[in-house]
Design a protein around this ligand. Structure first.
Ligand code: HEC
Length: 245
């Protein structure tokens, strides 16, 4: 039954992909369960585990909320593209339910929202996902495309650019601020540019990533969902400690 449903939805999806209507009514695939939600133990224990503390077993599970969804939000879900408001070609990539319309668990090659990456989407003029991003999405699909929800899955003692920050920015911001000029003329695609922008706009930047209640919703970054606290802590430490490379 699931199989039939799946094929029907792919047929439906392919037909609408070619009709390119921007304003179709969107519904989440009927009967799709958003479960299972899998809570993964953070690899480094609590985010404050000091360096040199007891090493915790590293989980190999890909976190949907911190690793996969931000890629689809950033590289596909900009306003005007595949966010809930614009839903171009009836595709929405900013939440698990809609994303599963184009993902087939454990079968990346049959997953339209995987195979299209680098083969037409994102458009050639837009920032492209890296090979690492694409491999991570494939691994998530291979693991069952679960709605894995992770909190504090990072080591906040690691806050160098090469060790943590570059990946956080490219995953969460890269699709919009990863190529010049970048959304709102903000380019964060390399160390020097990120440092220069944040140095000159520290409070704007911190308010944006902290979803400050004092700023309008459209300026909260990344759009759609706030990053988990430990990633925000890593970025804040990187800034406080003078942007270590
Ligand atoms: C889906 C696209 C998208 C993603 C992903 C995204 N941004 Fe933005 N960003 C925008 C747009 C569009 C604006 C302009 C918003 C406005 O002026 O209302 C913006 C504005 C900003 C601003 C200026 C806010 C202000 O108050 O003027 C900052 C800082 C920023 N982004 C940082 C980030 C960071 C850091 C990330 C990742 C953690 C990120 N953005 C992810 C699209 C995005």
């Amino acid at each position: 039954m699931r199989r039939i449903l799946f094929h029907t939805s792919i047929l439906f999806l392919s037909s609408i992909l070619f009709t390119a209507c921007q304003h179709d009514i969107i519904t989440v695939k009927a009967g799709l369960s958003l479960d299972p939600i899998v809570v993964v133990t953070p690899p480094g224990g609590s985010p404050t585990t000091p360096a040199g503390g007891t090493p915790a077993p590293v989980s190999d599970t890909i976190c949907f909320n911190t690793d996969v969804l931000p890629l689809y939000v950033s590289y596909c879900g900009s306003a005007g593209c595949h966010d809930a408001g614009s839903h171009r070609e009836s595709v929405i990539t900013t939440d698990y339910g809609h994303l599963m319309n184009g993902i087939r668990a454990k079968n990346a090659t049959s997953s339209k929202f995987y195979t299209i990456i680098g083969n037409g989407m994102p458009p050639r003029s837009s920032p492209q996902m890296t090979a690492t991003h694409i491999a991570l999405i494939k691994k998530w699909i291979d693991q069952g495309a679960l709605n894995t929800q992770c909190t504090n899955v990072c080591d906040t003692t690691n806050f160098t650019y090469a060790g943590a920050i570059q990946t956080i920015i490219s995953t969460n911001c890269g699709g919009c601020h990863g190529t010049k000029p970048g959304s709102a003329n903000i380019y964060l695609g390399d160390y020097a540019s990120a440092k220069t922008y944040i140095t000159a706009n520290t409070s704007v930047f911190l308010n944006a990533i902290n979803y400050a209640s004092t700023i309008v919703a459209s300026k909260r970054m990344p759009p759609s969902a706030k990053m988990v606290d430990c990633k925000i802590i890593q970025i804040q430490k990187w800034i406080q400690k003078g942007y270590p490379q």
